[in-house]
Design a protein around this ligand. Structure first.
Ligand SMILES: [Zn+2]
Ligand SMILES: [Zn+2]
Length: 509
């Protein structure tokens, strides 16, 4: 669009070279009058063209603005490569070595004892265990790479990684050619292994399926194609998922002792959460409409404390969830940087089951979000169905849960979030995710990002509480996803917020 406008301006101000005939020292009056006529006709024509161009630009402008507008609700997603899980590898135990035998061998070979590692620098990793391969005591262990927590055993010469040493005790082999898999990448929460064997049937099969054009492309950019067998070994302790979940938020102020009335608190929450107003706008409306003087900081302090109070309700309420879940990612900004939320929700009941903010859009974040969702079931249904978009992190998360014996059916709909979804089975899932995203985005836009991740989480708790317990839903007969009897006779929104706060006391131990 900028280009078009530039043409328009340059056109408008373009200097027209004076024709030579006008510059002539002896003016030919007849020639001049003809030139003046031509110029005036030209100038009318130029004006007409100008007008036409202007109209055209206006048309283009309105068109591009409408494209942007319609995009603002749907382009919340970033592209990703298609991904498939390649099946389980062959797992074998490593033959254990005996460090005493190795020390003896060393003595025989070199005619001297192998000395323990002389430690000049103080230990950074503070490893006190034994080598997982030969059992040598920690005196024989070097800190090979502190950043990636890698250690090296002086006795057996094997490297191993702190907290991942169980992986050193196994050999992973390709299920297609039995060759040992090579460890290629250490990611947060999992390690990627690859079969590099060029004669592996898996590799040859994939290679055969390439078109001649793809084959050419593959020779230039092999990383674009996934031809080798890949396995992701997870290194996430199931118990630690609880630790990585948001379990508490800071109570900024003691809500029992605030100087404003309870009704004022209810009003603030209604404006700030239900209507998604910023803390400044909420403070302004409290002053302009209700004559209550309050700073925007106090609005935020109250909001933070309320989120800490209602979090246990949100997490521990005995939800009655169906077996159909859908997941959707969205991003927000914390200190200007992209952060991610993996909204999982019940397709039928519309209840949001995960809403935590993560700094990374990775498998680990998806796993924690799914864990928080599963935790809200008294018992996981036998046929649990999870519908998500095509992001490969969900495949990896699915594989992780399978490894800890939690099974569900994963349905990945490429383009769940755009119009390419033709399967009518998935249309309801698509509608649920889109509606949730729109509701959240409408509210979030006014917030202009968050100063820190705790504040962002605090807002997510308030938003989700509102969405699950208060906000009427058209497809639920204008009831909220969770209908609370205690709201039956309450006259307005502020009283519903106060009633939720009262309810939170029975959830706090
Ligand atoms: Zn060793
Ligand atoms: Zn192989």
């Amino acid at each position: 669009m900028k280009g078009a406008r530039y043409i328009f301006l340059s056109f408008k101000y373009k200097k027209i070279d004076t024709p030579d005939i006008i510059k002539s020292p002896q003016p030919n009056t007849q020639g001049v009058s003809i030139m003046v006529k031509i110029i005036s006709v030209l100038s009318i024509f130029l004006k007409y063209l100008n007008k036409l161009l202007y109209k055209f630009i206006l048309f283009l402008d309105s068109h591009t603005i409408s494209i942007h507008d319609s995009k603002s609700h749907s382009t919340y997603y970033e592209p990703f490569r298609k991904f498939t899980v390649d099946g389980e590898p062959i797992i074998q135990k490593v033959e254990k070595l005996d460090y005493q035998e190795l020390l003896n061998e060393y003595y025989i070979k070199h005619n001297k004892q192998l000395k323990p590692v002389s430690k000049r620098k103080p230990s950074e990793l503070n490893f006190k265990g034994n080598c997982p391969i030969c059992g040598a005591p920690h005196d024989y262990i070097y800190e090979n790479n502190v950043k990636s927590k890698q250690l090296l055993c002086k006795v057996c010469n094997h490297t191993f990684t702190l907290n991942k040493d169980f992986l050193e005790k196994i050999v992973l082999r390709c299920p297609h050619c039995s060759k040992t898999l090579e460890r290629i990448k250490d990611r947060n929460g999992f390690i990627i292994y690859k079969c590099r064997n060029k004669h592996c049937s898996f590799y040859l099969d994939k290679l055969k399926k390439l078109t001649p054009d793809q084959l050419k492309e593959c020779k230039k950019q092999p990383s674009k194609f996934k031809l080798h067998y890949i396995y992701r070994a997870f290194d996430i302790n199931f118990d630690s998922l609880e630790r990585d979940s948001m379990t508490d938020l800071n109570m900024t102020v003691d809500l029992a002792n605030i100087r404003h009335s309870k009704h004022t608190l209810g009003l603030i929450l209604t404006y700030y959460v239900n209507y998604g107003l910023s803390s400044r706008k909420t403070a302004a409306i409290m002053h302009d409409v209700h004559q209550v003087k309050i700073s925007h900081q106090t609005v935020m302090n109250y909001a933070n404390s309320v989120s800490a109070m209602v979090l246990p309700i949100l997490e521990n309420y005995p939800y009655d969830l169906s077996s159909d879940l859908c997941g959707d990612e969205t991003y927000i900004r914390v200190k200007g940087k992209k952060h991610y939320i993996f909204f999982f929700s019940d397709k039928i009941k519309k209840i949001i089951t995960s809403y935590q903010v993560f700094s990374k859009r990775d498998t680990f974040s998806a796993i924690v979000s799914l864990y928080q969702t599963f935790k809200k079931y008294a018992k996981l249904p036998d046929k649990l169905k999870v519908v998500v978009d095509g992001n490969p992190i969900y495949n990896a998360a699915w594989a992780y849960f399978r490894s800890v014996n939690i099974h569900f059916d994963l349905f990945q709909v490429i383009g769940l979030t755009n119009n390419t979804v033709t399967d009518k089975d998935y249309r309801p899932f698509k509608q649920v995710t889109e509606r949730l995203n729109r509701t959240f985005k409408d509210d979030y836009i006014q917030m202009n990002g968050f100063g820190n991740i705790k504040r962002a989480n605090s807002y997510m708790v308030l938003f989700t509480t509102f969405f699950n317990f208060i906000r009427p839903h058209k497809s639920l007969g204008y009831n909220p996803p969770v209908k609370l009897d205690r709201f039956d006779k309450l006259p307005h929104m502020p009283s519903k917020w106060l009633s939720l706060l009262e309810m939170s006391y029975s959830y706090i131990n």
